[in-house]
Design a protein. Structure first.
Lengths: 270, 171
């Protein structure tokens, strides 16, 4: 019996696509641009255009469209809730009356608009994590925030912590599983009984885990020091991030699409 | 001393990793769909061990990790509030490590709760109809999982903390 096998960590889907190979900084910067664009959309035609772009982006990233849609699963309840309060609480021309509830034309329109906007926001933002490895993202963030180092912002340290954490999640997962199994063999039961009983069963798992973590940390710190780790200053990389013309083009294209869609909606549609 | 700083940084990173592992461990599934997990516990204990500044940094890293590995973004301000700021706030517990344990932990969790409530208000501010009582929605929803989670964390912290505070080279 494995307690932790349902942990699907991260969303990254490896593929050999032009989107995957973009510089992580380009993709991080593109997210707020796209989100702004979706916020500005209001007309059905604009949403249809964004949905089309979503499908195109999925195809261009060589990701199965179903897989992209899956990333919206955690927010479906939120989408439904948002849509429902709009349907029930918007005043306007009534189209249906059920007891004390009146559904208005404006309410249905607002529900569709908000629901679609929310879905599109989440789906577009998920491309960042679908096409970029967590390590690359942390590298990208470090570089993006590096101008703030001058003002004392620990960009390198935070990115290093993320890298170490990513590296050790599988190790600690195995460790937790091992200790839980050892306790199970001694008669512990983690999934039965009252809350208090379950918590008590976890104590002999937690204490060794924390002790292991603190000891590991010391060993790792010694190992890093022995290899002359001296913080971020002057540190070089085996694979440095390279901003190429393709990244500039991709970012410019994103801005152009957002501006074109927003301007088009305002000038062409009523 | 520099080597001390590396140790603290690595310890913080491992606390973050442990918090991710704990987020997958369901201690108790609640009727309305939420569940009680121990993900705050490693961040609290690290903050108590190394103080508030490092605690907040580790919390913020943990929030960023969640964001980068599958969090959801609907609004730039919501992303900031729900992830780095909310989890960074937990580290505040480390500033009160000379007081009884529960005070720091409760304050940390309260600040995280406030971040989530604010983020909910930002979210509903752009998505809910005008005039809906956004503060109440957001507060009730967030309290429904934060309160029991905090209670469990405080209970476990009282049992675990005295036994591990001397582990490694901590104080």
């Amino acid at each position: 019996m494995k307690f932790l096998n349902n942990l699907t960590f991260g969303q990254y889907v490896p593929a050999d696509s032009p989107v995957h190979s973009l510089d992580p900084r380009c993709k991080i910067l593109a997210v707020p641009v796209v989100l702004t664009g979706i916020f500005m959309a209001g007309h059905v035609a604009a949403f249809a255009a964004w949905a089309g772009l979503l499908a195109a982006l999925a195809w261009y990233s060589r990701l199965p469209f179903r897989l992209v849609l899956n990333s919206a699963k955690p927010v479906l309840i939120l989408v439904a809730f948002t849509a429902l309060i709009h349907i029930f609480f918007t005043d306007g021309t009534p189209i249906l009356k059920l007891g004390f509830v009146t559904i208005t034309r404006e309410g249905v329109a607002a529900a569709a608009q908000m629901g679609l906007r929310l879905l599109l926001l989440v789906l577009f933002a998920s491309f960042l994590t679908l096409t970029t490895k967590p390590m690359e993202l942390s590298d990208g963030l470090e570089r993006l925030f590096s101008p703030l180092v001058r003002f004392g912002f620990p960009a390198h340290e935070l990115a290093m912590m993320m890298t170490i954490a990513l590296r050790f999640i599988p190790t600690l997962l195995t460790e937790t599983d091992r200790i839980m199994k050892a306790q199970l063999a001694r008669g512990a039961s983690f999934d039965r009984g009252s809350l208090w009983k379950r918590l008590k069963a976890f104590i002999p798992v937690l204490i060794p885990l924390f002790v292991i973590v603190f000891q590991r940390a010391e060993e790792l710190a010694t190992a890093m020091e022995a290899r002359c780790y001296r913080g971020g200053e002057g540190r070089t990389r085996m694979r440095p991030l390279r901003w190429s013309g393709r990244d500039t083009a991709a970012l410019a294209a994103t801005v152009a699409v957002v501006v074109a869609l927003a301007a088009g909606e305002r000038s062409l549609l009523p | 001393m520099f080597s001390e700083r590396i140790t603290v940084m690595v310890e913080g990173a491992l606390a973050v990793a442990l918090s991710v592992v704990f987020s997958a461990l369901r201690i108790w599934s609640m009727p309305q769909g939420g569940s009680i997990t121990l993900e705050m516990l490693p961040l609290f204990l690290f903050a108590l061990r190394r103080g508030g500044r490092y605690g907040c940094a580790a919390g913020a890293v943990s929030g960023l990790m969640q964001l980068l590995t599958g969090g959801y973004i609907v609004h730039p301000l919501q992303a900031l509030l729900d992830y780095p700021l909310a989890f960074g706030a937990l580290g505040v517990a480390g500033f009160l490590r000379d007081r009884p344990l529960w005070i720091g932990l409760t304050l940390g969790a309260l600040l995280r709760f406030l971040c989530h409530v604010l983020s909910g208000v930002v979210f509903f501010g752009s998505f809910a109809p005008e005039g809906s009582n956004v503060w109440v929605y957001s507060a009730v929803y967030n309290a429904s999982f934060m309160a029991p989670t905090l209670l469990v964390c405080v209970l476990l912290a009282y049992i675990v903390w005295p036994r591990i505070r001397r582990a490694g080279n901590g104080r």
